[in-house]
Design a protein around this ligand. Structure first.
Ligand code: G3I
Length: 331
């Protein structure tokens, strides 16, 4: 029954410790979140469909509330996300005649969106995920086939970073992706960011989402990915970390609590991973969990609805899990 220490304070001087939040979780768990995290990211409420559901109609109430919470508690904000194939309304890609938007029209919409959103929060976002998940997972393709790519061409990335830089020259601009450890995708991410840097595109970091599990990926591969990305001279952030209790293919929905063995593995994995991350704290400056505690995690809906998961450091009632104590003791 020890009183838990603040998680972020345990990592002070190494990296920020963040959590994905919503106006709902800030309302129900604000004190808990402010105690343990010194960075927050909107899990959904700053995505395109939330801030500009119709052309020119911007809805910032939820995002503003998240910034107000951050300001009143001295918490930093990571911006997520400006350009993505998901959670972007259909109108963005449609032309006036109902067919696809022209390249010029889509670029002008991109500019309006980025300038309005990044401009509104100028000076209040330390890092933006400018482009999210633009790379294809399968071996035979490099770029993910999205409407952005189809209608603008690969140049959409360069434009997006330049527009974000114009709107907030001091914000750090990130490319963010998952499966960032697997050798095939890792090399594609590296090549993409290297090519943007070679074109003098203002890109300052790579976001490693870190949707991992208690079974993998192997520590050695995480290390290799960090070293490869860091060799580009950019900063690294862990942006969406969680350690699922299941392998992806396991879709059982009958487990009501994690087993002792799962909790054991999870605490060992968290300990090992954070030992590694701490050894890179000169380039790795922020570690965000994709949720604050196990009562609210996207993994409860994915890959099947109703398979309860326990991927974070705190239980549903916000009391610390064994993995939390491991990190506090070893930090
Ligand atoms: O808000 C609506 C609600 O009104 C509606 O009744 C309900 C019915 O399904 O849906 C609710 O919206 C859901 C939304 O989350 C808010 O909870 C969407 O269906 C659901 O698809 C959406 O999922 C989000 C997902 O991105 C969408 O792709 C997750 O919460 C969010 O955690 C997840 O985050 C992504 C990152 O942005 C990028 N990297 C991967 C990560 C995990 O998928």
């Amino acid at each position: 029954n020890r009183e838990p220490l603040s998680l972020y304070q345990a990592f002070q001087g190494q990296f920020k410790i963040g959590a994905a939040v919503s106006t709902a979780t800030l309302r129900s768990s604000g004190d808990f979140i402010a105690k343990h995290y010194n960075s927050i990211t909107a899990e959904n409420q700053m995505k395109f469909e939330h801030v500009q559901p119709q052309e020119g109609l911007y809805t910032f109430e939820a995002a503003d509330a998240i910034f107000d919470f951050a300001a009143s508690h001295g918490i930093a904000v990571r911006g997520h996300t400006l350009v993505w194939h998901n959670q972007t309304p259909d109108w963005v890609f449609e032309g006036p005649d109902g067919g696809p938007a022209s390249k010029e029209l889509l670029l002008s919409r991109l500019k309006a969106h980025i300038h309005t959103v990044v401009g509104r929060y100028k000076g209040r976002v330390y890092a933006w995920d400018v482009v999210n998940e633009a790379i294809e997972d399968k071996q035979d393709l490099v770029m993910r086939n999205t409407k952005w790519l189809e209608l603008i061409g690969e140049d959409y990335l360069r434009h997006a970073f330049q527009m974000a830089h114009e709107a907030d020259p001091k914000a750090l601009l990130f490319y963010n992706d998952y499966n960032e450890i697997t050798p095939v995708k890792r090399d594609k991410i590296y090549n993409l960011v290297r090519s943007l840097l070679n074109q003098d595109v203002p890109i300052h970091g790579i976001g490693m989402q870190a949707h991992w599990s208690i079974y993998g990926p192997p520590l050695e591969e995480i290390k290799q990915a960090i070293e490869l990305y860091a060799s580009l001279g950019v900063q690294l952030h862990i942006t969406e970390m969680d350690l699922s209790m299941f392998v992806h293919e396991d879709t059982r929905t009958d487990l009501l609590a994690p087993t002792e063995q799962m909790l054991e593995l999870q605490q060992q994995r968290y300990e090992d991973i954070f030992r590694l991350l701490r050894s890179y704290s000169d380039v790795l400056t922020s570690v965000t969990f994709w949720g604050a505690a196990d009562d609210h995690t996207w993994l409860d809906q994915f890959p099947v609805r109703g398979r309860k998961n326990w991927p974070l450091l705190f239980q549903e009632d916000h009391t610390p899990k064994p993995a939390y104590w491991r990190l506090i003791e070893k930090s």
